[in-house]
Design a protein around this ligand. Structure first.
Ligand code: CO
Length: 293
């Protein structure tokens, strides 16, 4: 084994917990249920189990592919017809499990199956020596066989220590080459299938931020934001997690001064539907171990 046993165990522990919490969170996605309550309840399960969130629980509806979560005081409820992506990140001592599924409150069973089948097909070919491009090729082919389009500008990603977007990058479309997969790598594969354009763009609304520089802030609200951000050790946090008022002014100030990075909600075209499936895995000598299943 290339990876230290202790590190391997932390990845496994994070994965098993992420699996358990994701499926409990899934059961809270019901027509008429509060999105805010579902998100807070699911996030609290991770904390109650003694682990930590690698990022705020992402709950993204319909044409939104990712990076939405409950707003402070969010009054939205799940509605009939919604296609709900639930994406959970758990870490144990900085070792991350990242896993997602799609809950269908409408008639999108085949679209949901497209991303799930693509994920299964991708996992089945992972072993040392293949390339990230081969994984993307299998994902694209599987989604297209189901009659949908893969989202080209969202990718799976390596998972480093307190690092959510490490190498390798795992494309959702066929590319030539890409990173060569090696034993001991930990990464997430996350196919997105869509009825839309296959390219997501950034919406105006931002709920999730990440600290990228250690400079101090002067505004009181900005100081409060950095108190929320600091223990995250560079991992993303939610606007909803910051106590007190004038949070948005502080966030704007910190983004402008290069201390925070903003992750806007990511949407395909209006009226489209996007599904997602995601697992985290560790590459072994002759295949991989999925930590989140
Ligand atoms: Co991910």
């Amino acid at each position: 084994m290339i990876m230290d046993d202790e590190i391997y165990d932390a990845y496994r522990e994070a994965g098993a917990l992420a699996h358990k919490v994701l499926h409990r969170g899934k059961s809270l996605v019901k027509e008429g249920a509060s999105i805010l309550e579902m998100v807070e309840e699911t996030e609290n399960m991770v904390i109650d189990e003694g682990a930590n969130l690698a990022f705020p629980l992402n709950v993204s509806l319909n044409e939104s592919a990712a990076h939405d979560t409950a707003m402070p005081g969010d009054e939205r409820v799940f509605a009939t017809g919604d296609l709900v992506k639930v994406d959970l990140g758990v870490h144990v001592d900085g070792y991350i499990a990242d896993t997602a599924l799609t809950v269908d409150l409408g008639d999108h069973a085949k679209l949901v199956e497209a991303s799930r089948a693509a994920l299964d097909a991708a996992i089945a070919i992972v072993r040392p020596g293949i390339t990230a491009g081969e994984i993307g090729t299998v994902i694209q082919a599987t989604i297209e066989e189901h009659g949908y389009i893969p989202v080209a500008n969202l990718t799976g990603h390596g998972l480093g220590h307190y690092d959510l977007h490490a190498k390798p990058t795992i494309p959702n479309i066929a590319i030539s080459g890409g990173a060569v997969i090696e034993e001991g790598m930990a990464f997430a594969i996350e196919p997105f299938a869509t009825t839309g354009s296959g390219r997501i763009s950034e919406a105006a609304r931002v709920e999730i931020y990440q600290q990228i520089a250690a400079r101090p802030a002067r505004l009181p609200s900005a100081k409060r934001i950095l108190e929320t951000a600091r223990p995250r050790r560079g991992l993303p946090f939610s606007r909803r997690w910051v106590p007190g008022d004038k949070v948005d002014i502080g966030l704007m100030n910190l983004v402008r001064s290069g201390i925070l990075h903003a992750f806007p909600v990511l949407n395909d075209v209006p009226g489209s539907f996007v599904s997602q499936a995601e697992h985290t895995l560790i590459v072994t000598a002759d295949g991989c171990e999925v930590t989140t299943r």
